[in-house]
Design a protein around this ligand. Structure first.
Ligand SMILES: NC(=O)c1ccc[n+]([C@@H]2O[C@H](COP(=O)([O-])OP(=O)(O)OC[C@H]3O[C@@H](n4cnc5c(N)ncnc54)[C@H](OP(=O)(O)O)[C@@H]3O)[C@@H](O)[C@H]2O)c1
Length: 286
């Protein structure tokens, strides 16, 4: 599992509390942290870096993932008129330099292209990756929210394996199971990273008919599994897929992170897995 830091700014923690949270999930064995340049309107990496600065020795215990290519309208970029994507050589290099500075680290373990850019020139991206590798600024590269053909295109120009495609997987939204995305990753033996496994909390609190149906089923299966919580059943459902997704935990509550970790001990039967599928779709399998 991976700890996500998208919502770090919302957690309202002091730098010391951020450091304690980080050390607590490291103690649980969750040592990979997921960031992006844009999180918290370009603030989250800095907030994380402030915590690491309090005890720089934690750096050697973590693997840092960050992302680039989304350009947000922001006070941080006053001349930008609309949100858009940018996978140009210049932007990738500049974005990584900013991330390293904000995070206070010398190197990213993984850099992901955050969203597919319609204007992506795969040769240009590979050139940027080569420069970043040469200068020791990034160890490994991957993508996020890519279709299989976009993944193939970039892989055709890059001389190492792309290490992941980070995609949304949860019982409300799992298109990637059916559109070839996870088939491709299983074929390549590349593990997906799964974002918003709890659908951003919607699965716990949402009132749509679909959310209520799925929640009731998750709850019943949790009982069958000896009292597992709804979120634990969701993580077990995500990890049950043979492409071996790595769930990214979005919670800033360490008790919820601990509970998530225990989902490794749960194994859903095929029938339990499909009951959640059916509850989500609202109809039986064909
Ligand atoms: N690549 C991409 O495009 C992309 C997109 C989105 C996210 N991500 C990554 O994926 C990570 C996880 O995404 P996410 O934050 O959307 O994950 P998530 O786990 O689906 O949602 C987390 C939210 O659910 C709430 N929650 C958790 N347990 C709850 C409960 N029992 N009852 C009510 N609310 C509950 C959390 O609140 P508490 O903090 O109070 O527990 C938090 O606000 C992000 O941090 C980011 O790193 C990547």
């Amino acid at each position: 599992m991976v700890q996500g830091y998208w919502r770090l700014d919302d957690w309202q923690m002091t730098p010391q509390q951020r450091l304690s949270f980080l050390k607590s999930h490291i103690d649980l064995g969750i040592t990979t942290v997921d960031h992006a340049d844009i999180y918290g309107d370009y603030r989250c990496e800095t907030l994380f870096g402030q915590a690491v600065k309090l005890d720089p020795s934690v750096r050697k215990s973590i693997q840092v993932v960050s992302k680039c290519d989304i350009k947000l309208v922001s006070e941080a970029a006053p001349n930008r008129k609309i949100n858009h994507y940018d996978t140009s050589y210049h932007h990738i290099l500049e974005s990584v330099d900013h991330s390293l500075k904000r995070l206070g680290v010398e190197k990213l373990d993984v850099l992901l292209l955050h969203r597919p850019d319609a204007l992506m020139d795969a040769d240009e991206v590979a050139e940027a990756f080569t420069t970043l590798r040469y200068h020791g600024k990034v160890a490994h590269f991957g993508v996020s929210n890519f279709t299989p053909s976009q993944f193939d295109l970039l892989q055709s120009r890059w001389d190492e394996s792309l290490v992941t495609n980070q995609v949304e997987i949860n019982p409300l939204r799992f298109d990637v199971i059916h559109d070839g995305t996870l088939d491709q990753l299983q074929r390549l033996q590349v593990k997906p990273m799964a974002w918003s496994c709890l659908a951003g909390g919607e699965l716990l609190t949402g009132e749509s008919q679909q959310a209520v149906r799925v929640r009731e089923t998750l709850s019943a299966i949790g009982e069958e599994l000896g009292g597992a919580s709804i979120d634990q059943v969701i993580y077990a459902w995500v990890m049950r897929h043979p492409s071996k997704p790595l769930p990214i935990i979005g919670s800033g509550n360490i008790e919820r992170v601990k509970a998530a970790k225990q989902a490794y001990d749960l194994k859903l039967t095929r029938e339990q897995w499909y009951r959640i599928w059916v509850a989500s779709k609202g109809h039986n399998v064909p």
